[in-house]
Design a protein around this ligand. Structure first.
Ligand code: ADP
Ligand code: MG
Length: 716
């Protein structure tokens, strides 16, 4: 959604944000008896959900609406209202806003659409409208939004059909959404599952009040315990990052779904890093860094928000999952899916096994536990004993209970909420059946306890709970420290901007203490031989041109040259190849030491993200790096512990620890190089557009690393 930058006037706000979300008085412009109209639905929902404040319909043609005295216009109101809700045709919007501003309205919720999102004319109108409002100290929500649901104050300021639902008891989930329709959908889905919300805000075009304004409010809001965000684009990324930290410090998990994942990496980029660390990946890295939970889809987001609101939280990340089921089939599939979700089955303690032995035959004292195997048949006493033992087991962090159709399913479901509360452990109950399972679902709703219709939902929620616990564990970690010899002085004599040669890029790396190959530039064959003799055979010879991106593709890299004759021959061949590839662009040949004893090749990268600043990347190097996308990204600088954790998160991590007879690689040296590169990226900031070290050759454990190829693009 687009937004209009409007210079902040110094007209003070008429009312604070909390009174916009929870107004004492509301005018509905275009109020009607007809719920087929926007204004009709708005007033209907306000009444239906028991708005306790002053409610004034505005309608020039009727003396009363829904039994409430109506006024012909905002100007006719005897005293100003906190909030006016406008769902007027776009042609009337400017006049209505002008009238509202003159009538002393605190804020307008503008449901009207076809503003900035519809083109330049709409954008100009939107800008005028914001100027009128801000000039009077009146704030705007929207336009093109669906308003606000505030169950805490029973202020349902919206035309969304989600409000057809009954009840809406207050809860702890706060929502901010850049899509009003999506907000209505997720609230209605979660509401049916028994989830409860504090305040849900649809921000629309964010012409005036934006997502971050409401995020500040939710972080401070006493009723809100968990925050769920649907984001399309951020207006103030750095403010947002700081807010995620504040939310974490306030003990409020933030869950996020952000559109645009598939756009990541589509822009043709000159470096691997730029194509692998696109804006979505940078956003994801920042979320991880500050302990926010990024999800792929809104269903798991709202279910996870509910779990964080109503279930006990995970005590610590990394513990195992216990599974208690009523059928072997459903558990087998669930257990198969655990590793895909980054989860593992717990290892039972002896104490837990001893309890299981009271209920199960000796062949079944392991996970998953199937109540169908209970010696005396499924019983409440057995379920109670087993779940209590799970809750006390130090390796068990959570319990999943996938239930299939069975005669006592509702009664057994009802056992779970008290057990989870008593054991202070997240217990995820899954009822996979159709309508016959409704009795069990109703039992869970009656007990004010979450449940899931699919095991895959429960696993997605569990993964989010893990990420939240990881974020919590991260919060106390001190900021990274600069290692000795890592800059901050930048070498003299580099070009101010544009592509650096390999040798120039390596001088940057060396200034930060990253080991690089000994090398010399030679402009003729004899100079190349002299350089090789000074460096020591075997050597590597590479053609140098700023115009070339991938040297080996063009035959410009010659490895393992063992003597003067080999160097001379290679020089001639490389010069000829370079002449074909980049006529006239040859700067010479780089003669460099041949790195020996490599156990693995990594790619290290850095880039400056326009929203979130310097980022570093690491992955297994080689030609498949873009295809595999097995890379980890983090905001720079990173600590040694962060760098090691990034390496460990790589799918191909086992390659570095030594598989199938390969020696283990020096991962400590890799982490060290990544830390140093992260300081380079942090110090250069926006000047370093992008940088690749590909590869960093890792020798065996304890033998160090060396950057054999590098490329960088600088900006002024
Ligand atoms: P490209 O521009 O094609 O990426 P590189 O300089 O990375 O060219 O060389 C291609 C490959 O050759 C590297 O991935 C690495 O395996 C090997 N290589 C390059 N330089 C050296 C060196 N100095 N020592 C050992 N191997 C090297
Ligand atoms: Mg390379």
């Amino acid at each position: 959604m687009t937004s209009v930058p409007v210079p902040e006037g110094h007209v003070p706000d008429r009312i604070p944000l909390a009174r916009i979300v929870g107004p004492r008085s509301v005018a509905v412009v275009g109020a009607s008896e007809d719920v087929g109209k926007f204004g009709g639905r708005v007033i209907h929902y306000l009444i239906k959900h028991g708005f306790p404040g002053r409610l004034v319909p505005i309608n020039p043609n009727r003396p009363a609406i829904r039994g409430l005295p109506a006024f012909p216009s905002l100007a006719a109101l005897p005293e100003p209202v906190d909030v006016a809700i406008l769902a007027v045709p776009v042609a009337h919007l400017e006049a209505q806003i002008t009238e509202a501003a003159a009538a002393g309205v605190g804020a307008c919720i503008v449901i009207t659409a076809k503003l900035a999102e519809s083109g330049p004319e709409g954008a100009a109108l939107q800008e005028r409208v914001v100027r009128i409002a801000r000039g009077a100290g009146m704030r705007l929500v929207g336009p093109n939004c669906l308003g606000i649901f505030n169950p805490v104050d029973r202020a349902m300021l919206s035309s969304s059909l989600a409000l057809e639902g009954e009840g809406f008891a207050p809860g702890g989930i706060g929502v901010i959404s850049q899509s009003g329709a999506l907000m209505g959908t997720l609230v209605s889905l979660a509401h049916d599952h028994g989830a409860r919300f504090s305040r849900c805000i649809s921000v629309g075009n964010q012409a005036d009040l934006e997502l971050c304004d409401f995020l500040d409010y939710l972080i401070a809001d006493e009723a809100t315990r968990v925050i769920a965000l649907y984001i399309e684009g951020l207006r103030s990324p750095e403010r947002f990052r700081a807010q995620l930290r504040q939310a974490r410090a306030a003990g409020k998990p933030v869950l996020i779904v952000k559109a645009g994942r598939s756009e990541a990496g589509v822009q043709a980029a000159r470096s691997h890093t730029a194509s692998l660390a696109g804006s979505y990946e940078a956003f994801a890295a920042v979320c991880r860094d500050v302990g926010a939970v990024l999800l792929d889809d809104w269903v798991p987001m709202v279910l996870a928000a509910d779990a964080l609101d109503r279930l006990p939280r995970l005590k610590a990340p990394g513990r195992g999952v216990a599974v208690l089921a009523s059928s072997g089939g459903s558990t087998a599939i669930l257990v198969d899916q655990l590793p895909d979700a980054g989860l593992r089955l717990a290892t039972l303690s002896e104490a837990t096994k001893a309890v299981l032995a009271e209920w199960l035959p000796p062949t079944h004292l392991h996970l998953p536990v199937d109540t169908g195997n209970f010696r005396e048949g499924t019983s409440a006493a057995g379920i109670n004993a087993v779940v209590r033992a799970f809750a006390a087991d130090p390796d068990i962090g959570s319990i999943v209970v996938p239930m299939t159709t069975s005669p006592r399913m509702a009664a057994n479901a009802a056992l779970m909420p008290p057990l989870a509360r008593e054991g202070d452990i997240p217990l995820l109950y899954v009822m996979g059946a159709g309508a016959v399972g409704d009795e069990a679902r109703a039992a869970m709703r009656a007990a004010d306890f979450p449940y899931y219709d699919r095991a895959s939902d429960a696993l997605a929620v569990l993964r989010a709970l893990e990420a939240e616990a990881e974020g919590r564990a991260r919060a106390g970690v001190p900021p990274p420290e600069r290692p000795a010899g890592a800059g901050p002085a930048i070498p003299e004599g580099l070009p101010d901007e544009g592509m650096l040669t390999e040798a120039e890029a390596k001088r940057l790396l060396a200034a930060y203490g990253i080991p690089t190959t000994r090398e010399r530039l030679a402009t003729d064959a004899e100079a190349a031989v002299r350089a090789a003799e000074a460096i020591g055979y075997p050597v590597v010879l590479k053609g140098v041109s700023r115009a070339v991106v991938h040297k080996s593709d063009l035959g410009l890299v010659r490895l393992g040259l063992a003597d003067a004759a080999a160097v001379r021959a290679a020089f001639a061949e490389v010069a000829a190849a370079l002449d074909r590839a980049a006529p006239g662009g040859m700067e010479g040949c780089l003669v460099q030491e041949m790195a020996q004893g490599g156990a693995a090749e990594l790619i290290l990268g850095a880039r400056h993200d326009p929203d979130f600043g310097p980022m570093v990347l690491v992955g297994l190097g080689g030609v498949l790096v873009e295809l595999l996308r097995d890379v980890q990204i983090a905001p720079a600088p990173v600590s040694l512990a962060d760098a090691e954790a990034m390496l460990r998160r790589l799918r191909l991590w086992p390659v570095l620890t030594g598989v199938r007879g390969r020696p283990p690689a020096d991962v400590a040296a890799a982490a060290e190089a990544l830390v140093r590169l992260s300081w380079l990226a942090a110090d250069l900031g926006p000047r370093l557009a992008e940088l690749d070290v590909n590869p960093l050759i890792l020798r065996g454990a304890g033998q160090g690393s060396i950057a054999v190829d590098a490329r960088a693009v600088l900006r002024k």
